[in-house]
Design a protein. Structure first.
Ligand SMILES: [Zn+2]
Length: 110
């Protein structure tokens, strides 16, 4: 939040507007919730969970008009339209799928 939605005074970081006294705490909480959802969606995307990221971004969009959320939603929808473009962690040689790793017991090590 940069300005009070009621009087447009510059926000000074407090829970109430310094000019009109409007209570801003709930609005700030919604803003933080949207940011947390956006962070979660980026993590889901990084993990290759495109469908989950799409749902999380829809939820974030319902809380915030941040244009970045809209851009990311369109990006995710383009990935869903063309699954070949979907990144998967196991595609990256520097980041092997932990599921493929197993601790090998050496049968001769006794
Ligand atoms: Zn105000």
């Amino acid at each position: 939040m940069e300005r009070c939605p009621n009087c447009r005074a510059r926000w000074d970081g407090g829970d109430t507007c310094r000019r009109c006294g409007m209570e801003l705490g709930l609005l700030l909480a919604v803003e933080r919730a949207a940011e947390a959802l956006l962070t979660g969606a980026v993590a889901q995307l990084a993990a290759g969970a495109t469908e989950a990221a799409s749902r999380t971004l829809d939820e974030a969009r319902s809380l915030s008009a941040d244009p970045f959320i809209g851009h990311l939603r369109r990006f995710v929808h383009s990935l869903r339209a063309d699954p070949r473009e979907s990144a998967h962690p196991s595609d990256c040689p520097g980041n092997p799928d932990p599921g493929e790793r197993s601790i090998q017991q050496d049968p001769n090590a006794t």
